[in-house]
Design a protein around this ligand. Structure first.
Ligand code: ADP
Ligand code: MG
Length: 373
């Protein structure tokens, strides 16, 4: 089941565009047991009451995620995020409602079969310590009965995809390795599942490594275009990672389901407004880049020593301007060519105009990107 947002994985030609491997490469050999297409996910009035609990953890949740979309499920601790994930892959059973993957109810599958079709990444990584990285990544392909050549090729492909050297890292054991979280992601992607569930995958990681893993995952997602449900309690992570965000409140109730820009501009209620924070205007600046605004012409102004890439967010530029005592910044493109000048006054007028509001559409896409296409 495909929507416009997802690539046609069934097309070998398209896939070999993503992965620079020969056409007859075994990793591309899609047998009956691999799941190449991203699938839409639909929660229909899903409820869960744990045995012995008075109140349901989730009283009735409806949510649609398009194929190839990253839906971030965000909310305070205890709001039912993990419960929702475990209902999707049937680690726990539904009390009511239904969940459809690619239009088919999860209840139509044996739980063990279902779980082979869903990539699952959790905070605790869960790599098997007694298996090598290669063997860890091969877990699901092995369960699916892939032959050796195909499995090995797929493992190599995934290690390369996450930027690890297969010959160096593959034979190691998890204890001999930093970056286990990336291997966890590779393992979840191994059988090319149509759906990935990621429950606070980067939750226990220091902020710098975390930002790097987030960037890496977004790059990876550009290539693999999975349908992803990504859980976090961190609104900044939600804004960065989500095509759309579903905000849960205590009691497992959906407070808002919208794009990051919509949530920051028009929080549905007090709870959402408080959850996204007083600094939501600043956060919104984090969604626009310098490429989205009209820069001052460099004419006449000597390019200063302080440079900032065109790809920087308006928020980062503002922060740099303030830190630099208001000295102008020279904006450079990917080829280090001067694209323009940004000053505090310019940003002030852009903000005052609401021009930035026009720079970012409600869906988070930029006007500049549109101009280019
Ligand atoms: P989150 O992941 O958003 O922090 P959870 O889904 O873990 O929230 O928990 C939602 C609610 O369900 C909480 O009130 C929690 O105490 C309860 N809960 C979670 N797991 C269980 C369980 N196994 N048995 C009983 N109650 C549970
Ligand atoms: Mg949780």
């Amino acid at each position: 089941m495909l929507t416009s947002g997802s690539p046609e994985y069934s097309d070998r030609e398209t896939r070999s565009g993503f992965f620079p491997l020969p056409r007859d490469h075994p990793a591309h050999d899609e047998g009956p047991s691999s799941f190449p297409q991203a699938a839409a996910l639909e929660l229909r009035n899903v409820s869960k009451r744990y045995p012995g609990q008075k109140e349901p953890a989730i009283p009735g949740l409806s949510l649609s995620v398009e194929a190839g979309e990253v839906c971030v499920l965000v909310g305070p601790s205890g709001s039912g995020k993990t419960t929702a994930m475990r209902l999707i892959n049937r680690i726990i059973s539904l009390s009511g409602g239904d969940i459809l993957i690619g239009g088919r109810s999860v209840l139509d599958h044996q739980p063990t079969e279902l779980r082979k079709q869903i990539g699952y990444v959790i905070q605790q990584i869960g790599l098997f310590p007694h298996l090598t990285v290669n063997e860890n990544i091969a877990t699901v392909p092995k369960l699916l009965g892939w032959n050796k050549a195909r499995t090995e090729a797929r493992v190599r492909e995934l290690l390369e995809l996450i930027g690890m050297d297969p010959d160096d890292i593959g034979p190691r054991y998890p204890a001999q390795l930093s970056g286990g979280q990336r291997v966890g992601v590779a393992r979840a992607l191994a059988a090319d599942p149509p759906l990935m569930l990621m429950d606070e995958p980067f939750g226990a990681i220091d902020p710098i490594s975390r930002a790097r893993l987030q960037d890496e995952f977004l790059r990876l997602q550009e290539q693999v275009r999975k349908t992803v449900v990504f859980v976090t309690h961190d609104i900044d992570e939600a804004i960065k990672m989500g095509d759309r965000i579903a905000i849960l409140r205590q009691g497992g109730v959906l407070a808002q389901h919208a794009t990051p820009a919509e949530i920051l501009t028009e929080p549905a209620d007090e709870f959402v407004a408080e959850f996204v924070g007083e600094d939501r205007a600043l956060k919104r600046l984090g969604l626009a880049t310098l490429a989205d605004i009209e820069l001052l012409s460099p004419n006449g102004l000597a390019p200063g020593p302080a440079r900032v890439p065109l790809s920087a967010t308006v928020r980062d530029a503002l922060s740099r301007l303030i830190a630099g005592g208001g000295s102008p910044l020279t904006v450079v493109d990917g080829e280090e060519q001067v694209a323009g000048i940004v000053t505090l006054e310019l940003l002030g007028s852009v903000l005052g105009d609401g021009a930035l509001g026009d720079g970012v559409h409600a869906d988070g896409s930029s006007v500049a990107a549109e101009r280019e296409s």
